[in-house]
Design a binder for this molecule. Sequence first.
Ligand code: GLC
Length: 450
Amino acid sequence: MSLDRRRFLAAALAAPALGRWEIQEEPPAGTGASRQDEKKPVLAPRVARFREMGFGMFLHWGLYSQLGAGEWAMHFRKMEPAGYMKLMGSFRAEGFSGREIARVARRAGMRYATLTSRHHDGFSLYDTRGLSPLDVTHTPAKRDLVADFVEGCRAEGVVPMLYCTTLDWSDSRFEKDWKAYQRYLRDSVELLCTRYGPIGGFWFDGNWSRKDVDWELDALYGLIRRHQPEALIINNTGIEAGGTLVHPEIDSVTFERGRPEPIEGVSPDKVVAGEMCHTFNFHWGIATRDFNYLSPAHVIEELCQCRRVGANLLMNVGPDASGRIPDYERAALARVGDWIALHGGAEGPIYRGRPAAARGEGDDFVLDLGERSFAFITGLTRTADSRAHGEARGAGPRVFRDLRPFAAARWLDDGEALKLEREGGRTTLHATAYPYGTNTVVRVAELRPA
Ligand code: GLC
């Protein structure tokens, strides 16, 4: 990470004045419960729905994709806006299809997709209706790509969400006229709220760039609540401030490329979700010289470790210059989709399972789903576990504590029963090795009550 970037990140908590918290509902009359007893964090339906989405696709795509050197290319190459924006002349978007993107996401088991409607370079993929000349209507692409994305997602049953940068390298108002810049930002978000039908959520990024200003979050978030009350509000606090709640309207905290932490209690008043965003190599926008790709196995592990703490995984792909998702990411994600299908698919623990009170050892963990529990067993073979450091733990006894009562344990992948021993609050599951032909990276045992 550059020094520059560190400085930006250090400012992550610059968000000002917290506004009003969600109002607690009164306890139902006649229950005898005092207000105090009933004071539980409120779970908004939009947050509950988001938690069950589990897995989403992040898309970083814009003018920079033509340079193939990541979404920060303008900044690191010290390009002036006038020079950089020449890329608008060759922005054709001939390979961009919201429908196709949504198909890739759905095939991977992803239930939502978050597209960069505008990134830090200041270029918008949508028709800003005169708010800025730096938008897609001034390129040969000549079509509103946010509209295409949103419609394509809806057609495939994938929830569309929009990433919005809050910092801008091209708009001089960002440095010179803060009030006017704030108005521009809000007008832009208002367009996104009012022109494209229901949007699943707004994902803000960039408040870490200035700590000397008032980000006027009450006004920005207030307009989303007004126009799109069901939309999630997310604000990326940056790599070093993952899991921080900067405003009471935030519905989900972010963990950028980190290991997500449990988020219970981050707000005493409302249930806040968690989302970890990660990318296939070290860049978000396509970088043709970055060969440092994650494997499907690694993505499966990341997904499981997110779900372990009730967080979602937002996995990034950087479409190529034309807007097409590259072959590697497409293929790798399909393999992740196969893993999910083998482990209960849409009705399985990956989406609907919640972190259990029961505990495993090391990376092993448990999710509860209704009356069933699911024990996730990691590191069965050396080659399975790309995240784990050190030796694989292999087949054999795995200890869990405080499991809820259950009658039998079976592997989800082949239905084989696991031998059990119980002693007080301690249960040992005897994890068998993979049968020949199988290596699911993380093996899951279903624990069913009689
Ligand atoms: C960082 C980067 C940005 C990227 C984001 C994704 O904040 O500045 O380029 O969009 O992470 O989480």
